[in-house]
Design a binder for this molecule. Structure first.
Ligand SMILES: NC(=O)c1ncn([C@@H]2O[C@H](COP(=O)(O)O)[C@@H](O)[C@H]2O)c1NC=O
Length: 533
């Protein structure tokens, strides 16, 4: 923090009231050694005293006992006037003197563990009891009065406090920064309380019926400023969900093991790749460009899955983002190393794999914690507001092949059904309108992001049959939504696909089914759609 010596305010008296006692004995000792008087609440005071540091119990200051099971400890004018007096104003200083109240120059508070109590599935009464009242009041008061008071809400800051008291106090700039942290802290705390009330505890009728609360409150912490956004003229930053108990980590919490700094587009593609690879139970690899798979495959291991995914479209794989749903092995790294790859992400990397990948200057290597698709809802800003939807999962009844309806042709044999199941999961990772051809657990042709389904079919076939290959013949096809006309499926049938899976539900289903029937091709209807816009 930058020092502006003229605004340094010496610390003579500190109020400590912390739930998390981490680092408290050391802090109290450092304050005492610097001549700071300490006033403290219940068990905070006991820890301070146990460290051999003199401490004034807050009851002695207020002349009022802590009561109502701790609901009232510091909620007293003798505490709050001591925090809120603006010592730049002679009038405030005079009033304190008249009232016999001494000011605090430092307030150290951390709050009852509300989020952890919610995450522990505690009973509502217990959760409500963990809403801190006195703590946020002191934090907000001290933050408001930062010209006179320094406020600290994070034990990670205690070393800064010890250093500041030794050099004579915090500067005004430092106190402003601490106040900003403090208001962010209480805002995040109140957002968690408001969200719990609105969604879990006291939902209004609409929330009770729909699951969407009247208010959505959340705060996000800046994790990185990115070089630029989707294009160089756009500024961009990465914000992460606060690290609170119950929060699932994901891409925003990834550890970068190697390579240049992640870009905005790298994050977008990595998120798509991570989700796509994790739609499969067995080893799977997704090769992503512009948030679409240019190859996706399952295999006996990630090396095999990667080889198959890469083979789908080696031209487009240049400059792609590659995600594996298992630790990357040396064998996969050997295959990946010769291909120009922007990012490779996985739950982990074998040491030898890391050694191979880090020989390459340009590749970014990311270890991603936690399960994929951890976010239960997706948020998308629109002008003037925000759309929120449940995240699409691949666990709807229609995603289970045993629930599919055979609409045309013979029931699929085991291998064909396995490929249809794979294709159905893989097409879900593809932007609509999407048609994906697959064979042997790998995509062989992807028609993505088209504005009509007939073009998606054409593109999938063209890509499968590029450079003299005839990979569409004998492949299976999946469509993320129904075929509105039989023209699209006719392209697939003419190309020689052996089976098709699609949601069904078009008014012209009968025409599409008749086309498959006429070609002797198996067609299953899932009853579930997986649009991805
Ligand atoms: N009610 C009050 O007056 C009050 N004043 C401070 N607290 C909280 O009590 C905790 C510290 O209490 P103790 O020192 O007894 O462990 C802190 O988390 C602090 O935020 C209070 N508790 C809850 O509101």
């Amino acid at each position: 923090m930058t020092a502006t010596p003229d605004a340094v305010r010496p610390i003579r008296r500190a109020l400590l009231s912390v739930y998390d006692k981490t680092g408290l004995p050391e802090l109290a000792t450092a304050l005492h050694d610097a001549g700071v008087q300490i006033v403290s609440t219940g068990s905070t005071a006991r820890v301070v005293a146990d460290a051999g540091v003199p401490v004034t119990p807050v009851e002695e200051l207020t002349g009022f006992p802590e009561c109502l099971e701790g609901r009232v400890k510091t909620l007293h004018p003798r505490v709050h006037a001591g925090i809120l007096a603006d010592l730049r104003k002679p009038d405030h200083v005079d009033q304190l003197a008249e009232l016999g109240i001494e000011p605090f120059e430092l307030v150290v508070v951390n709050l009852y563990p509300f989020a952890a109590t919610v995450a522990s599935c505690a009973a509502p009464d217990e959760v409500v009891e963990q809403i801190d009242i006195g703590g946020p009041s002191m934090v907000r008061a001290a933050a408001k009065n930062h010209p006179s008071v320094a406020v600290v809400v994070d034990p990670a800051r205690y070393e800064d406090v010890a250093a500041a008291v030794l050099r004579g106090g915090f500067t005004l700039a430092e106190r402003r920064a601490l106040a900003a942290d403090a208001f962010a802290h209480t805002a995040a705390y109140d957002a968690a309380v408001a969200s719990w009330f609105a969604s879990a505890y006291a939902p209004d009728e609409t929330a009770a019926q729909s699951g969407f609360p009247a208010v959505v409150a959340a705060t996000w912490d800046r994790a990185a400023v990115l070089r630029y956004g989707e294009n160089p003229h756009q500024a961009a930053a990465l914000y992460a969900a606060p690290d609170v108990p119950g929060a699932l980590p994901g891409l925003a919490q990834a550890t970068q093991l190697h390579g240049k700094e992640m870009s905005y587009n790298n994050y977008v593609d990595s998120d798509a790749a991570w989700r796509a690879a994790h739609d499969f139970a067995g080893p799977a690899v997704a090769v992503i460009k512009h948030a679409n798979p240019c190859g996706i495959a399952v295999g006996d291991d990630v090396a095999q899955a990667h080889a198959k995914a890469h083979a789908c479209d080696p031209v487009s794989a240049y400059g792609s983002v590659v995600a594996a749903n298992r630790p990357v092995t040396a064998a996969m790294a050997e295959q990946l190393a010769p291909v120009f790859t922007e990012v490779v992400l996985a739950p982990d990397f074998e040491p030898e794999a890391l050694e191979i990948l880090t020989r390459k200057k340009n590749i970014r290597v990311l270890r991603v914690p936690g399960p994929a698709n951890s976010a239960p809802v997706e948020l998308r800003p629109i002008s003037g507001g925000l759309l929120i939807q449940q995240a699409d999962r691949i666990d709807a009844p229609g995603d289970d092949p045993s629930a599919w309806t055979l609409a045309a042709g013979e029931p699929a044999d085991e291998a064909t059904l396995a490929d249809l199941t794979f294709a159905w999961r893989a097409v879900r990772a593809t932007k609509s309108n999407a048609v994906l051809l697959a064979a042997d657990g790998a995509s062989v042709g992807v028609g993505m992001g088209q504005v009509n389904r007939v073009d998606a079919c054409r593109l999938a076939v063209e890509r499968a049959n590029r450079m003299g290959e005839e990979r569409a013949r004998g492949a299976v096809a999946a469509s993320d939504a129904f075929f509105p006309f039989p023209d699209g499926p006719q392209i697939l049938l003419d190309a020689g696909v052996r089976a098709i899976v699609q949601p069904g539900g078009s008014v012209r289903d009968e025409e599409t089914i008749a086309a498959a029937q006429a070609a002797g091709v198996t067609m299953y209807l899932t009853g579930t759609r997986h649009f991805a816009h």
